[in-house]
Write a protein that binds this ligand. Structure first.
Ligand code: ZN
Ligand code: ZN
Length: 374
């Protein structure tokens, strides 16, 4: 049992409260991770403010890098002292989807949770049990996580840069490499140049795309888009994005359009700039009940006759056991820029103000860092 500091959400709509919580000792395939860096993803604050089906109290935080402190008796893939990155997926490892490597389609993600009839909860405080978002709970000095959600990484990898791989990087790079399979010479447009969008931009550059168009309404994000490899930028607060993107592609339209923001009108814009056989990928989550209207592409006749498509993606269609070490390797070789994605590092008790900054359009990620515990 370990007592650690954590940022707890007591009720939906409330702010993070810094509190002492108790972690149970690892059993079965559980791993106790000393968290060294924890990224502030936008979806945590969406959960804190709107609930999205989770119950409180809960410890959020799903972009985690740290050092393994202890392992349960059945753990085989991870050992004490390993540096690990966590993934926001709970693959059971046994269902047909998991066996095919489609981890985000696992049909039995609850299999990794503790059975409340057999064991105490993993996290608790004086008021009772605390939940963990997606089995993680990274906004804390330590986290107790099933080994199926962890990947050991190269120890030369810095923790803040490693932490954001678990969500922002696998989502943005995975969309380009795994789902779209962008190939040399193709054209892409990215709507929304925040953390996920910048990863899609640099992945498209690595994949050999020759026209990479970043679209956003903030000049600071468009400047970053250029630094990450955008060949062209469009400020959609100033110009019509459909006209601008079609103009940049000699009216032919793009091969791939990535929509990082959960706004139906932006998805409709993306459909309108597709070329023959192009696909729109929806990555930013939309509000329940959101509706899309698919207008015929102004490129030519209509949508379906030109073999265009629209597809939702979740966590970059990633097999994170393969992809997380790959992105670590690309970073260490200087081919993936993660340094400019970590805008600043903060202490745990700065979490509320850092999320306020993110809400007000701060660029890239803040990452909580924790000093090593003696
Ligand atoms: Zn995330
Ligand atoms: Zn499964």
């Amino acid at each position: 049992m370990d007592i650690v500091r954590a940022a707890v959400i007591r009720g939906i709509g409330e702010k993070f409260e810094i509190a002492d919580i108790t972690l149970a000792a690892p059993i079965g395939q559980e791993v106790l991770v000393e968290v060294r860096a924890s990224g502030l993803c936008h979806s945590d604050i969406t959960v804190a403010q709107t609930g999205m089906g989770v119950s409180t109290p809960i410890v959020l935080g799903h972009e985690i890098a740290g050092v393994v402190k202890a392992v349960g008796p059945l753990v085989t893939r991870i050992k004490v002292g390993d540096h690990v990155v966590a993934a926001a997926l709970q693959p059971c490892g046994r269902c047909p989807a998991c066996l095919r490597g489609n981890l985000n389609a696992c049909s039995n993600p609850g299999a990794l949770d503790r059975d409340p009839s057999e064991a105490e909860c993993r996290l608790h405080d004086d008021c009772g049990c605390l939940g963990q978002l997606q089995g993680l709970g990274g906004f804390a000095e330590q986290a107790l996580i099933h080994e199926n959600q962890l990947v050991a990484i190269d120890k030369s990898m810095p923790f803040p840069q490693a932490s954001i791989i678990g969500c922002a990087v696998v989502t943005g790079c995975g969309a380009v490499f795994n789902a779209a399979r962008v190939s040399p010479g193709q054209s892409v447009v990215i709507f929304g140049c925040g953390g996920v969008g910048l990863n899609a931009i640099q992945a498209a550059k690595l994949a050999g795309a020759t026209r990479i168009i970043g679209v956003d309404i903030q000049q600071a994000k468009l400047d970053l888009a250029r630094r990450f490899g955008a060949t062209d930028i469009v400020d959609s607060s100033q110009v019509d994005a459909v006209d601008a993107v079609l103009g940049l592609t000699d009216r032919a339209g793009v091969d791939h359009a990535f929509v990082m923001v959960g706004v139906p009108a932006v998805a409709e814009t993306a459909m309108a700039v597709l070329g023959f056989g192009g696909t729109t990928y929806l990555i930013g989550g939309m509000a329940p009940g959101a509706e899309l209207t698919l207008h015929p592409s102004p490129v030519e006749s209509g949508i379906l006759p030109r073999q265009q498509g629209i597809r939702g993606l979740w966590l970059g269609s990633s097999n994170f056991y393969h992809d997380i070490p790959l992105y670590v390797d690309l970073y260490l070789r200087g081919q993936l820029n993660l340094d400019d994605l970590v805008a600043r590092t903060i202490d745990l008790d700065e979490i509320n103000e850092a999320y306020e900054a993110l809400e007000h359009g701060a660029v890239a990620r803040s990452v909580i860092t924790f000093p090593p515990r003696g």
